[in-house]
Design a protein around this ligand. Structure first.
Ligand SMILES: C[S@@+](CC[C@H](N)C(=O)[O-])C[C@H]1O[C@@H](n2cnc3c(N)ncnc32)[C@H](O)[C@@H]1O
Length: 221
């Protein structure tokens, strides 16, 4: 059975002709996208051979291997055509930003589903600064861990964004229980960081600003 996290990633996909699953690992996204007819063809890419073989095995077991092309390489590098959608999930935001930077000129017509394991604010900042708007964000809790999933696409016109869009995100508008819990957790984390820094006499102005944004948001619930 696939996890709630993978399920939410698939739910955010639109129907498309070609999907890239970058860093496919086990191949769950690639296989499910074909099985559910979300994509007609998938490029499953991984920088390591072992996961790629694992994904291939799963696709054979599920009888969808004829619709998935398995490619060894870094990010979008081994894909020779423009894809309609791309999933980059389960890695750090810094790695996701590197992958996007390498492919910046070839993803202006690609809808991106991105799920960083950490530093989501880095990813939001990269997207806004590089002309990608955030269309949707979902916060989900799966096995006691929170995940933020972002749907994004390139916009030719200049994007305006605030610090709140970077540090809190636009997902807060959805008013779901999981999002509220996530905000509380962010508040707790920020308070811990501030306390630690204060003990070491390190300036906490930046963190206090983020904490105020979180508290203001929580007050609206
Ligand atoms: C933790 S797994 C996540 C798998 C899956 N996407 C998910 O969300 O469950 C990360 C995978 O990304 C691959 N990976 C890391 N950096 C990559 C890159 N630059 N290009 C392609 N694959 C990469 C790793 O080899 C690994 O299999």
């Amino acid at each position: 059975m696939i996890s709630k996290r993978i399920e939410e990633i698939i739910n955010l996909l639109d129907r498309c002709n070609t999907l890239a699953d970058i860093g496919c690992d086990h191949g769950y996204v690639a296989v499910e996208a074909i099985k559910r007819e979300v994509a007609k063809k998938v490029f499953a890419v991984d920088i390591n051979l072992k996961p790629l073989l694992k994904a291939k095995e799963l696709s054979k077991k599920e009888n969808v291997d004829n619709k998935i092309e398995f490619l060894l390489g870094n990010g979008f590098d081994p894909i020779e055509e423009e894809v309609g959608e791309a999933v980059i999930a389960g890695m750090g935001a810094e790695n996701i930003c590197d992958i996007l930077s390498r492919a910046k000129d070839r993803i202006s017509n690609t809808t991106l589903i991105l799920q960083p394991m950490k530093d989501v604010e880095l990813l939001r900042k990269w997207l806004f600064e590089n002309g990608f708007d955030i269309l949707k964000e979902r916060v989900i809790k799966d096995k006691n861990r929170f995940y933020v999933i972002i749907k994004s696409c390139y916009l030719p016109e200049r994007i305006s964004f605030s610090d709140k869009d970077i540090y809190i995100g636009r997902h807060i508008v959805d008013r779901r229980e999981e999002t509220y819990e996530f905000l509380l957790k962010m508040k707790e984390k920020m308070e811990k960081i501030i306390n630690m820094k204060k003990k070491s006499f390190i300036d906490t102005l930046h963190e206090e600003k983020i904490l105020t944004m979180i508290e203001e948001e929580l007050k609206k619930w």
